[in-house]
Design a protein. Structure first.
Length: 79
């Protein structure tokens, strides 16, 4: 099972990324748990400079942007 974390306090970009990831996981039948992390102290552990942050299996994949769907799918598939 894939662990996905969306790091953000609730800004528009954070909410958009969370909705996009949840939708991609559902539509593509990906076995993943999506978690929203809003605790600033927990976010600091990932050394991101901007939100939203996207963490897959404890590796930061992006921050400060909303990646394109095909890029998120590649990351979810381990590429």
């Amino acid at each position: 099972m894939i662990s996905v974390k969306i790091l953000g306090t609730g800004c528009k970009k954070c909410l958009t990324l969370e909705a996009k990831v949840r939708d991609l996981v559902a539509v593509n039948n990906i076995d993943a748990v999506v978690e929203k992390v809003t605790d600033i102290n927990k976010m600091l552990n990932y050394n991101i400079m901007m939100t939203p942050g996207l963490v897959i299996n404890e590796k930061v994949k992006s921050f400060g942007i909303i990646p394109k769907d095909d890029q998120i799918i590649k990351w979810l598939n381990g590429e």
